[in-house]
Design a protein. Structure first.
Length: 182
């Protein structure tokens, strides 16, 4: 299976997680990396990723900055540390030298230029703290009591997900402004 996964990455012009680990990337348990993520291959041994971390599609993690190469002949390098139980949203960029604390969420499209303290929800360009992680989770748990919630039968993971279910979900989510799916 590893051979097929590596082949798929190569066809997409990406480097597999297994290949990056062989080069020195440190990754904890339950690491999930969605498609088109770039983890700095040229300095991946400077990157440490904890347990239960998810990278949404198109996340970039950089451990080098070549902006001064032309003038100085050197590239700046710095370690990146991503704690446990971290979600990094689609299209986010983690710059060199950044530490993201445990139990944190990085909103989609964020550019992280400063350390993220443990238990934070950050977003933006540059990313700024929006709220406390536990407040965010509790707020959404409260919403789940009154908003539509759907199981896997309402996802594309279910091969028998019907057009009727899609329409039902769409109408309920539009009526309630948002909902949740497992």
């Amino acid at each position: 299976m590893s051979f097929l996964r590596n082949l798929l990455y190569r066809l997409r012009g990406e480097v597999s997680t297994d290949s990056l680990i062989k080069l020195g990337l440190k990754v904890g348990k339950n690491f999930r990396r969605n498609e088109h993520c770039i983890i700095d291959q040229s300095h991946c041994w400077l990157i440490e990723i904890g347990d239960d971390v998810t990278l949404a599609p198109r996340v970039h993690i950089l451990a080098h900055d070549a902006s001064m190469w032309q003038e100085c002949g050197y590239t700046k390098i710095a370690p990146v540390h991503i704690g446990n139980n971290v979600f990094i949203g689609a299209g986010s960029i983690i710059m060199p030298g950044i530490t993201i604390g445990n139990n944190s969420i990085i909103g989609a499209g964020s550019i992280v230029t400063h350390d993220v303290e443990e238990g934070s929800v950050v977003a933006g360009n540059p990313a700024r703290k929006l709220k406390d992680y536990h407040d965010f989770i509790n707020e959404n748990k409260e919403y789940m009591k009154s908003k539509p919630c759907y199981g896997e039968e309402y996802t594309l993971r279910n091969s028998s997900f019907t057009e009727v279910q899609k329409q039902e979900q769409k109408e309920a989510v539009e009526e309630n402004n948002f909902g949740y799916v497992r």
